[in-house]
Ligand binder design. Structure first.
Ligand SMILES: [Fe+2]
Ligand SMILES: [Fe+2]
Length: 281
């Protein structure tokens, strides 16, 4: 039985969530040349939590504005359509799965912290190799944010079995995706990529999610997959004792697969060194 078939047998328990209307509408407007950014911002303004986050991002040091923006409409023109979609998606997903905070032996903050760090690293790497991959840096942010989202979807659907699977992986030192495959016959990568397709994100976003754990041939053939796989590994090692040696290897990989010079790579990696990343930050 293939993984997608195995996933279908869980169909009634693994519920792929739909995005809130506000996020769907923003997403559907991204490629519409007749829709302006202010109009998209006006949609975001309907949701107070999204508005607050959009304003915070637009007024952050990253954009270096002289004067504060005070409306979602203005903020949208500063950050752009894809970043607006990302913020809306991030706020919605975090809210949607907040209830999993009470699951034993599961650290929701760690999962989102990892997702956001991977997103920022992928965006940083994506900026340096845009010519080669042609995927917008903000789409890389979406890939990073969602690459492991299949874990929370599975955890919500089959909570006890998934907690047991996480414990099993920890006990045996196995990677979680291998343990998932043994227990369920499919993994968070299939769930995540199905979700990205269902949410009408670009096909390459779904593909990058699907292959972020390999195989190596997929990274060699498709630079956008290599970006996410490398960002995931940097984020995964951040704060660990093997960080420096892993970074060296990943740097060589980024240079050979993506043409990213060592200095640029080092600058992106600084993010992981500084990051006390919080999904709400
Ligand atoms: Fe993963
Ligand atoms: Fe990951």
């Amino acid at each position: 039985m293939g993984k997608r078939e195995a996933l279908k047998t869980f169909g009634d328990r693994i519920n792929l969530p739909s995005l809130p209307d506000v996020v769907l509408r923003i997403n559907s407007m991204i490629d519409d040349v007749n829709v302006g950014l202010a109009e998209m911002g006006a949609i975001a303004a309907q949701d107070p939590a999204i508005t607050a986050r959009v304003l915070r991002l637009a007024n952050s040091g990253y954009y270096g504005l002289r004067e504060q923006v005070t409306s979602a409409e203005q903020a949208a023109t500063v950050i752009g359509a894809r970043a607006l979609r990302n913020v809306a998606m991030q706020v919605s997903i975090l809210q949607r799965y907040e209830h999993l905070r009470s699951v034993p032996d599961f650290d929701l903050d760690e999962l989102w912290g990892h997702a956001v760090l991977t997103a920022r690293l992928a965006q940083g790497l994506g900026e340096t190799c845009y010519a080669r991959t042609g995927l917008a840096p903000d789409d890389y942010y979406a890939c990073g944010l969602l690459h492991d989202v299949g874990k929370v979807v599975m955890l919500e659907g089959v909570t006890d079995a998934y907690v047991e699977c996480m414990r099993h992986a920890r006990r045996t030192g196995s990677t979680l995706h291998k343990a998932e495959e043994q227990v369920f016959g499919f993994t968070h990568i299939e769930v995540g990529s199905l979700l990205a397709s269902q949410w009408q994100l670009p096909e390459r976003v779904a593909q990058a999610i699907e292959f972020h754990h390999g195989p190596t041939a997929a990274l060699q053939e498709h630079p956008h997959i290599a970006v996410i796989a490398i960002a995931d590994q940097i984020a995964y090692r951040a704060g660990s004792s093997t960080f420096e040696s892993t970074i060296e290897k990943l740097g060589r990989l980024a240079e050979s697969l993506l043409g990213i010079p060592a200095e640029r790579f080092a600058r992106v990696v600084e993010l992981a060194r500084e990051a006390e990343v919080s999904a709400m930050g």
